[in-house]
Design a binder for this molecule. Structure first.
Ligand SMILES: [Zn+2]
Ligand SMILES: [Zn+2]
Length: 247
């Protein structure tokens, strides 16, 4: 543990640590990340624990929010102002125990969670039109250096490999270092993300899936989807493991 902490204090150390994590999850048999039982195909989470995760049963096909009893095809806000993406696939509520798994993944170097999240998404993404590529939400260079990896890219790589969809992590970049959205009100969050992304090359895709680990307000994926739509992409889907739903 101490060795890991020392390793994590340098950039090279982070790289070594990521390699160790990689070797670790390649060598050891899958173990459920929630209850520690072993041997569950390659999912790292057992069927009972998957069943214990809170699933969004009737989501709005556009934004992924649970539909109210009075809402039928789409939620009221999507009918009023359709988002720049056509569909959202985000199967779970962002609540415990997923919150702990996502926090471990993002802030405690638990890279093995990428395999858990890619596995959970893969199981629920069957029978869809394949997008031309998966675009993981980019991190700003500074945050990438702090963390050592982009959690959305790690999920996208594994998911792209199993679904046979290329991953493009170079086309979009974060042009502004934005403060974390936590603690900001709705208006501030929208302003915080305004023009946060740019393209590094001409976009030739017609259909893409943006991948984020968790959708909180939707401002990040909306901003990125809007940029892609302005640059000729006709269909944008949003994929994430979980989405936050306000009470
Ligand atoms: Zn389990
Ligand atoms: Zn909606």
């Amino acid at each position: 543990m101490i060795v890991r902490q020392i390793l994590l204090s340098t950039r090279l150390g982070k790289l070594v640590n990521n390699c160790l994590n990689y070797v670790q999850f390649k060598l050891y048999p899958p173990t459920c990340v929630l209850c520690n039982t072993s041997g569950h195909s390659d999912l790292d989470i057992c069927p009972a624990c998957v069943d214990s995760l809170a699933r969004i049963n009737s989501p709005c096909p556009s934004c992924g929010m649970p539909l109210e009893a009075s809402e039928h095809s789409h939620c009221g806000s999507c009918l009023q102002l359709p988002p720049p993406f056509q569909s959202t696939h985000s199967p779970f509520y962002y609540e415990p125990p997923l919150v702990k798994l996502v926090t471990d993944f993002k802030f405690n170097n638990q890279l093995k969670m990428a395999r858990v999240f890619a596995g959970l998404l893969r199981k629920t993404l069957a029978d869809r039109d394949k997008p031309d590529c998966i675009i993981p939400v980019p991190l700003h260079r500074r945050r990438l250096q702090e963390r050592g990896y982009n959690q959305s890219l790690e999920i996208a790589r594994l998911l792209g490999k199993t679904l046979g969809i290329p991953v493009d992590y170079r086309l979009c970049q974060r042009t502004r270092h934005t403060p974390p959205q936590t603690g900001l009100d709705a208006k501030q969050r929208r302003r915080n993300m305004k023009n946060a992304f740019g393209l590094t090359a001409k976009c030739h895709y017609r259909h893409v899936a943006i991948l984020d680990d968790v959708i909180t307000t939707g401002n990040t994926v909306s901003e990125l989807a809007g940029l892609l739509r302005k640059n000729g992409v006709e269909k944008v889907e949003v994929w994430s493991v979980a989405r936050a739903v306000p009470d």
